[in-house]
Design a protein around this ligand. Sequence first.
Ligand SMILES: *[C@@H]1O[C@H](CO)[C@@H](O)[C@H](O)[C@H]1NC(C)=O
Ligand SMILES: *[C@@H]1O[C@H](CO)[C@@H](O)[C@H](O)[C@H]1NC(C)=O
Ligand SMILES: *[C@@H]1O[C@H](CO)[C@@H](O)[C@H](O)[C@H]1NC(C)=O
Length: 438
Amino acid sequence: MIQKLTFFLLFLALGTSAKTICPKGFALINGNKCLNIFSDHYKHRDAETKCSEFGGTLVTVHNAIDNTAVANFAGAAVAQYTWLGIFCFGNDTTQCYSDDGSGALGYSNFVPGHPKIDGGLGGCVYMQTYGPAKGKWYSGPCDVTRLAFVCEAPSTVEDPTCTYNYNGNCYYPSFGMKYSTNLNATFSDAEYLCNYFYQSPLVSIHSRMELDFIRSIFKNNLRGGFNKAFIGAKPSANGDWEWTDNSKMNYQNMDPVNEKPGKCLVMDLTADRADNGMWSRMDCTKDTIFACKKKIEVPASVEMEVNPKFKAGTPAREKKAQNLINLADMSHCNSTLFLAPGVVTSFDYPSKQAPPTFCTWRIAVLGAYRLGIYFTDFSLGDTLKVYDEFGNILDDPHGTRAPYGKLAPTNIITMTHDASYDAQWSYHGFSATILPYV
Ligand SMILES: *[C@@H]1O[C@H](CO)[C@@H](O)[C@H](O)[C@H]1NC(C)=O
Ligand SMILES: *[C@@H]1O[C@H](CO)[C@@H](O)[C@H](O)[C@H]1NC(C)=O
Ligand SMILES: *[C@@H]1O[C@H](CO)[C@@H](O)[C@H](O)[C@H]1NC(C)=O
């Protein structure tokens, strides 16, 4: 009798829980991974861009069971090799990182002698999916080799009425709202409309992947000349921002060099800006497009977070007092690998009497992204050089400059700064924010 009762209760519990599904085109593998195979052969960067449109990355592998599942999945589609969502910054697996932001690899399955990063072989990683070396990993040149690839995206919760369903939430862009294809509104009207039509707040954003999903909703759907969408943020009591849906502010993508005023936040969607998706302030009483977001139900899978928490905080000028606390650490001088997002500064910044030191930095973002460097404060003699991954000069700035950004072609840059003469010429150094872009 007791056994029967237990069974009945269990059945009830299963019957009432929402159904976990994968995004359209993705298959649920091992009950926890949503995968989609693309048999067209792409370079690594283009494959990552494709995956980002689904709010995902190239597939990540954390154990032997995942590894076999990915090999079987890709092998079944007759793709002998597939890119993986892993990038190595050195010849050792401790220098390899997963696209999902989970840190240095715990599990790996490289063939002997790999990972191997030298001239010809980049930091990208691919897997053989059938044959004697099935499941084995190799280093490959990211910008040369074209391979099939497997994207991974978070699972979600079934809701037949939802067009833009991602990670347990339904997104409602203003262009798809009732009665109008080019709806635009002030911030408070946008809030009203979200609530009126969907009983939902404006969108909050909690990871780079979610940001990419929202970018892809608006891509090809911008109308009326609007290229900025309100997001559901408002100034908080401590001078930062908080989400109007009361969720945790655990991710930010503020444009470090946009200092326009305003008490609302918009997300930039400019089509021809490679690093679009950044947030900046805007006047709340101006009209623009927007998106609402409503929780369908908490999905069974754990939410993935690409970017470790990154706070834009206050502009460089107001930050100077804080910088005095731990100068050496702020500068990250002589980092052999500084994994952004984050901030690097000149040594002893912003002192006008900085010692005549020499610093180098090797700065990177995860392999799923490219790297943008944004100088929020710049005051240097001709003493700083920024190089791309291949050693070509990316930027050679000098003097006193207004805030500006520079986009690297890949996910790695190096910088050198010879501060010998800066103090002598009364320059106070630089502060640079490093962010990923797709
Ligand atoms: C990796 O090893 C190769 C030799 O096999 C060497 O040429 C290369 O510089 C090493 N790369 C790094 C990043 O240490
Ligand atoms: C803004 O939205 C209104 C509807 O509320 C519409 O009539 C108007 O054309 C839109 N403006 C633009 C520039 O699309
Ligand atoms: C950084 O490394 C260079 C070369 O090894 C060294 O000359 C310099 O003093 C170092 N900088 C600092 C601030 O320690």
